[in-house]
Ligand binder design. Structure first.
Ligand code: PLP
Length: 386
């Protein structure tokens, strides 16, 4: 019987490989996954339980419950700095589905989409599923790991339909500042490209550098993608949303029906409580990630390992090139010899070579113990390489 060769050929996640091996090691320190270690705050959990008790257990409209979309209009205005009407907001199954429906609405087979390298690998897989071609633009250490117009310019062809940016970045923690964001939206407009702005870490920012693309560009050209997963430690609830250009709203709306029909009803009520309830929980989690970022940097510095100073998200991007090993070999040997699981940089693209990603969304004692073991591991192997 026939199965799809294109889907069969989808690359295996380089993060998953390490995580599966880590699962077999009791007591391994797992710094590989991008998931908050905090519980979903209590008032959010209670709102979901109350919604279920009150009978909100049926299908909802495809686009999401109107009360949620209404508070998202306020959130985008007050926290992200741009105006959008509720008819352009679609509640999705996490940021993942927001990205997938956005890409499905604009890409045809053979079209090209510009993606960051290093970048979050799921968008590459989405392009392949749609039979579109990912074309990678570099994010380089010497330029602060943010996109540059001079790197994008030569990649545009007659087939390029979209540019995807991700600020704050997974895996880099880099944040695109206002002036660069202005250049990027102007570039996309001038080249007639849709801009997909993955802003899933929009509220996990450590300074005032972050700006939403739609706040400095024309929201009619931009798909702005968000999630409750990271801000409110709600990964398992699967609620995200996307603000789309008016012309694309009916397409994304149509896609919702066959893809997922609607998002879990109690989870949508939990999302309302998250947005409208107390925000101290967001501040507390953000402060914890910032402290851990600093603690990790100090420990790595003592061991002579460079780490990119993240301005947002909850990752440490560490330069392990001194080990003389490839990222994948490093991650495999580190797990075997020191029982610490990290994501190899190459899981995020070829330009991730020489790096590993650690999740700061890990309890501090385990995180610091993991970093100390990495430093030890690099030092133990250095003499052999000298
Ligand atoms: N975008 C980026 C860059 C991410 O790292 C993630 C999750 O890891 C997502 C989007 C989507 O997350 P979710 O589907 O849980 O909202």
């Amino acid at each position: 019987m026939h199965t799809s060769p294109a889907i069969d050929a989808l690359p295996r996640s380089g993060i998953r490989e390490i995580m599966e091996l880590a699962d077999q090691i009791p007591d391994a320190i797992v710094l590989g996954a991008g998931e908050p270690n905090f519980a979903t705050p209590e008032h959010i959990r209670r709102a979901a339980a109350a919604a279920a008790e009150a009978g909100h257990t049926k299908y909802t409209p495809n686009l999401g419950i109107p009360a949620l979309r209404a508070v998202l209009v306020d959130k985008l205005r007050d926290r992200n700095g741009y105006a959008v009407t509720a008819d352009r907001i679609i509640v999705t199954n996490g940021g993942v589905e927001a990205l997938f429906t956005s890409m499905t609405a604009i890409l045809e087979p053979g079209d090209e989409i510009l993606l960051p390298d290093p970048g979050w690998p799921n968008t590459t897989a989405m392009a392949h599923i749609l039979r579109a071609t990912p074309i990678y633009f570099p994010l380089a250490a010497e330029h602060g790991f943010v996109p540059r117009i001079e790197d994008l310019e030569p990649l545009v062809t007659a087939k390029t339909r979209a540019l995807l940016i991700n600020s704050p970045s997974n895996p880099l923690g880099s944040v695109i500042d206002r002036s660069r964001m202005r250049e990027l939206v102007a570039f996309a407009e001038a080249r007639n490209l849709w801009l997909i702005s993955d802003e899933c870490y929009d509220e996990i920012v450590f300074d005032d550098r972050f700006v939403s693309a739609a706040a400095v560009g024309n929201p009619e050209r931009i798909f702005s993608v968000y999630t409750f997963s990271k801000t409110y430690a709600m990964t398992g609830w699967r609620v995200g949303y996307v603000a789309v250009p008016s012309i694309a709203a009916p397409l994304v709306a149509k896609l919702q029906e066959p893809i997922t029909s609607c998002i879990n009803a109690p989870a949508q009520h939990a999302a309302i409580a998250a947005i409208t309830g107390p925000q101290e929980c967001v501040r507390e989690m953000r402060d914890a990630y910032r402290d851990r970022r600093d603690g990790v940097a100090t420990r790595f510095a003592r061991g002579g390992i460079g780490v990119h100073p993240a301005a947002g998200a909850f990752y440490a991007w560490a330069d392990i090139s001194a080990s003389g090993r490839s990222s994948r070999d490093f991650a495999l040997a580190l797990l075997r010899e020191r029982q610490v699981a990290v994501a190899p940089g190459t899981a995020f693209g070829v330009r991730g070579e020489g790096y590993v990603r650690l999740s700061l969304a890990t309890a501090s004692d385990r995180l610091y113990e993991g970093v100390d073991r990495i430093v030890e591991f690099v030092q133990a192997h250095r003499p052999a390489l000298a």
